[in-house]
Design a binder for this molecule. Structure first.
Ligand code: NDP
Length: 385
């Protein structure tokens, strides 16, 4: 039976992997909305290829280019933050939320408010608005399917089991491109080196997060909200091969793990087909060729981000939203060549130490905290520069 889908962040890495799967299974999907920020021509091309109902750019100044690229297609074009929200609220069977950063929060919430099934890649929205977002899911009866490979693995390992029987949820971490670099060289790591992940092909922001291990910190907070077993039952282990995507250990000593290639099409396919399964073009795992799987404890002296994120989730309140906003600003500054690699997490800690607003209870609260935390982060950078 044909299903309808909207893809928020269609021009990104996760968007491309999703559309690749849909392209291979065209007869079973109808595309409702495709969105981007400003890559108007790429978006229009995708909208034409998939006969989308509507294409939306978040940046309104890019709307004329989108309109021009869609001329004569009969596909609606829209632009701006409100247009993203309206597109996300359109009826569809599945919303794939893959905008990067807190910019994805309001559109993701719009889909949740409609009680939709949302395949969530946009981890920053859950980190910033964890309590507000999960309360909306409970109130509206929406379904959240985790796309992040670790959370998708945990989701699969938990199927049919009671959270009360969980002893540990263990997130695996690749350790990023600098996992074995000498400590004194980290300060000189360049953006080009940071975005070159050894195992995964991803967008620039998440690649830098992976290099600082803030990605694992964000995922720790994400797991805290998705699988409420308590902070003390969540842990991280470094597994540089990225074959085991995460594990759940039960009270009887059984550990269930999900294994697969380092290809986002595997977890994305599991959400597209859920609760069934579908084919992917990914090569089967050849464990004999891999030979052995290795694990080691994370080094929080080298990569303090996981400690900072754990402390933020324990502090609760606004801390995770502040952490996320400060990290987004610091990563953008690093990518622009304005700060050193090792300053990214230092700035995040600095902002967490100076800006401590009241806990958010609404979406508007989270957006206001995010805005203010970004100003604090910019000021911290100016002060140090
Ligand atoms: P990319 O940077 O590759 O793509 C981001 C997408 O979001 C693009 O479509 C971009 O549009 C759009 N976008 C960016 N800024 C805005 C904005 N202000 N308003 C509206 N749209 C915007 O990111 P990824 O695909 O790598 O990641 C997407 C999300 O998925 C992130 O939250 C990431 O953490 C998460 N994730 C990604 C994984 C991966 O393998 N890439 C794995 C697990 C999770 P445009 O092209 O016009 O800029």
């Amino acid at each position: 039976m044909t299903r309808t889908i909207s893809i928020l962040g269609a021009t990104g890495s996760v968007g491309a992997s999703t559309l690749d799967l849909i392209r291979r299974d065209r007869a079973n999907w109808q595309v409702v909305a495709l969105t981007a920020n400003c890559q108007a021509e790429d978006l229009a091309k995708l909208a034409r290829e998939f006969s989308a109902q509507i294409a939306v750019v978040g940046d309104e100044t890019c709307l004329p280019a989108l309109r021009e690229a869609l001329a004569g297609s009969g596909i609606e074009a829209a632009g701006g933050a409100q247009a993203l929200i309206e597109a996300a609220a359109r009826p569809c069977d599945l919303t794939l939320a893959a905008i990067v950063g807190c910019a994805g929060l309001a559109p993701t919430m719009a889909a949740i408010e409609q009680g939709r099934t949302v395949a969530l890649a946009n981890k920053e929205s859950l980190v910033s608005a964890g309590d507000v977002l999960t309360a909306a899911v409970a109130r509206t009866g929406a379904t959240l399917l985790p796309v992040d490979s670790e959370h998708n693995a945990i989701f699969q390992c938990l199927a049919g089991n009671d959270l009360a029987h969980v002893r540990w949820i263990t997130l695996t971490a690749s350790g990023g491109p600098f996992r074995d670099w000498p400590l004194d060289q980290l300060a000189h790591a360049t953006p080009a080196q940071a975005v070159k992940h050894p195992n995964w092909s991803m967008g620039a922001k998440i690649s830098v997060d992976s290099a600082t291990m803030m990605n694992k910190g964000l995922e720790f907070i994400e797991a805290y909200h998705l699988f409420p077993v308590g902070v003390e039952r969540l842990r991280i282990i470094v597994h540089s091969q990225s074959i085991v995507h995460s594990m759940v250990e039960y009270r009887d000593g059984s550990t269930l793990a999900q294994l697969g290639p380092s290809d986002m099409r595997v977890p994305i396919a599991s959400t597209l087909a859920w609760p069934a399964r579908m084919d992917t073009p990914c090569a089967p795992l050849d464990l004999a060729a891999i030979g052995e799987l290795t694990f080691r404890a994370p080094d929080e002296t080298r990569f303090p981000a996981t400690r900072v994120a754990r402390e933020a989730v324990i502090a609760r309140g606004a801390a995770p939203a502040v952490l996320n906003a400060a990290n987004e600003v610091a990563v953008a500054a690093f990518l622009a060549g304005h700060i050193a690699f090792t300053q990214i997490v230092a700035y995040v800690e600095d902002v967490l130490g100076t800006y401590n607003p009241a806990a958010p209870t609404t979406l508007e609260d989270v957006i206001a905290i995010d805005r203010e935390a970004r100003i604090h982060a910019q000021q911290a950078m100016k002060a140090i520069a």
